[in-house]
Write a protein that binds this ligand. Structure first.
Ligand code: TXA
Ligand code: MG
Length: 332
């Protein structure tokens, strides 16, 4: 069953039977089930170990499919979908009655996106309606960017993995709240606030951090509101360049083994020893995002005690990456 048409036919069959299929997207792999089948959706929460109040994104075959699940599609949503879909932008709109409440964690809004991966777009077309899919990892852990990551992480709890190669972007979509008169970003991703504002022709009223406060006040669920997220099992320290060398000296005095992720420009400051392994990374946010989750998974498997990561520059192009690293580093 290696021909793409057979593989897709099998995946569609399983989804119609209420089974779970891991799907490739341009951002990360998703764990998909029929968005209109509550029993199938329940299996997603079980496989991930995810709390039910944390809602799922419905993936759509085309722009028109928004009205299958949204009670109204505002002008802004249409303009943004035309500009960025298929692509890494999730829109939150008021839901309609076709959306089972298990998908939305009981909220009156629904998250919608049309992913940009040829295999998954064809799967969605053949399936003919929405697929609810969170990232295909255990709750709080690192999102998968290859089929092998999904296999390692979820094993038998997924019925089939559609292998679409490595995800081209490597971090999750930008999420934009559009369910009231104040559009705001709930999760940063590779589509920036500026690109969204340029399309809408007005500034977004709230910054991401303000959006968190605002959402709390209104009891809207905010993505990644768990401060620890996207996290490896071993401790990860996120350090500014000037803190890197002093911190590693302290840890070496405690006889710790370290994996150090730093920019090529910084690496000459640090010497590789049998306690230190250096991983040089590109000072380019696109390349960094593409490699990030695979690297974190690999470093979680080495014999080091700590992962030390040099904090990325404070430019907006690094915002989404910084957000993921801060959550990966956060420990209660
Ligand atoms: O790139 C992506 O968005 C990937 C791929 C697979 O599409 N999906 C993904 O899903 O990252 P997940 O479930 O790991 O993250 C989606 C986030 C969750 O944190 C959830 O809280 C939020 O979206 N979300 C979903 N529906 C929402 C809603 N109605 N209101 C607010 N947040 C919502
Ligand atoms: Mg996730």
């Amino acid at each position: 069953m290696n021909k793409p048409e057979d593989v897709l036919k099998h995946a569609v069959y399983l989804l119609k039977e209420g089974k779970l299929v891991a799907i490739p997207t341009e951002t990360v792999y998703g764990l998909a089930a029929d968005a209109e089948n509550p029993n199938a959706i329940e299996k997603i929460y079980t496989a991930k170990g995810r709390p039910h109040h944390n809602p799922l994104i419905i993936h759509l075959p085309d722009i028109e499919a928004m009205s299958l699940y949204a009670s109204c599609v505002p002008e802004e949503a249409l303009s943004l979908a035309k500009r960025f879909w298929p692509g890494p932008l999730t829109l939150i709109l008021k839901k309609n009655n076709h959306v089972p409440s298990i998908v939305t964690g009981g909220q009156d809004t629904v998250a919608l996106r049309m992913p940009n991966h040829p295999l998954t777009l064809e799967l969605l077309r053949q399936f003919g309606k929405g697929l609810a899919a969170p990232s295909a990892n255990r709750y709080g852990k690192i999102s998968p960017t290859t089929a092998q990551h999904v296999q390692e992480e979820l094993g038998d709890s997924v019925d089939y993995i559609l292998d679409g190669g490595s995800c081209q972007i490597g971090i999750e979509s930008t999420i934009l709240y559009l369910a009231d008169s104040k559009p705001r970003i709930l999760r940063q991703g590779s589509i920036s606030a500026k690109e969204i504002a340029d399309t809408l022709n007005y500034e977004l009223p709230l910054s991401n951090s303000n959006a968190h406060a605002h959402a709390k006040e209104k009891q809207i669920h905010v993505p990644g509101s768990a401060l620890s997220h996207y996290a490896p099992t071993k401790p990860l320290l996120l350090l500014d360049k000037d803190k890197l060398v002093p911190s590693l000296k302290t840890l070496l005095l405690q006889n710790k083994k370290l994996d150090i992720v730093c920019f090529t420009e910084t690496s000459p400051l640090i010497k590789e020893t049998n306690h230190i392994t250096i991983h040089k990374v590109a000072l380019d946010p696109k390349i960094y995002a593409y490699n990030l989750y695979g690297l974190l998974r690999d470093l979680d498997k080495t014999n080091s005690d700590y992962i030390l990561i040099e904090a990325p520059p404070l430019f907006p192009a690094w915002d989404a990456i910084r957000d993921r690293l801060q959550r990966a580093a956060f420990k209660n």
